[in-house]
Design a protein around this ligand. Structure first.
Ligand code: SME
Length: 162
């Protein structure tokens, strides 16, 4: 297994995504344990982008339950349809939130969080987890984050299926 991730120097966000996605794919293909892989993916995203908070919530019965993450302490359980994460689960769609205060029902795990993107992972038409990324800056995520993080969730879901 690779012990480090190669990141191009002075790279744009897009260049970083392009560099890390194949490396993540290789990293997770050599490990079958889901939690080990989610933990490493959180670490790689934190290292590459220094996100304020990045991590996974996993669908367990009627709730999302906190999984591997990097960043400050977070809420452990989120109900279906609640908050940004529960909405991504319910609508089965990425939620790009430029200002969390303007999102009805946003769950503030940390008052420092200002913008957020949540991407559902889908296997056989069912959401099995969400990836949540928070920033302490307003409007910090764009269509590029959406495109590449959705690709990442497809890679993870493909591997989860096999
Ligand atoms: N803000 C999320 C809750 C999770 S934390 O941000 C880590 C939400 O509204 O679902």
């Amino acid at each position: 297994m690779a012990e480090s991730i190669y990141l191009p120097k002075n790279a744009s966000k897009t260049e970083k995504y392009k560099a890390i996605l194949p490396q993540i794919e290789a990293l997770i293909s050599s490990e079958t344990d889901l939690y080990a892989n989610l933990a490493n993916v959180s670490a790689v995203l934190k290292e590459a982008f220094n996100f304020f908070w990045v991590g996974f919530y996993l669908v367990k019965e009627e709730e999302l339950v906190l999984g591997p993450f990097q960043g400050p302490l977070a809420c452990t359980r989120i109900t279906f349809g609640k908050g940004v994460c529960g909405t991504a689960w319910k609508e089965e769609k990425t939620q790009l939130v430029p200002d969390v205060e303007a999102f009805p029902g946003h769950i503030a795990c940390s008052s420092a969080s200002k913008s957020e993107i949540v991407i559902p992972g889908i296997i056989d038409g069912k959401v099995w987890c969400v990836l949540d990324v928070d920033s302490d800056q307003l409007d910090d995520f764009d269509q590029n984050d959406k495109i590449f993080l959705e690709k990442l969730m497809n890679i993870l879901s493909k591997q989860g299926k096999s």
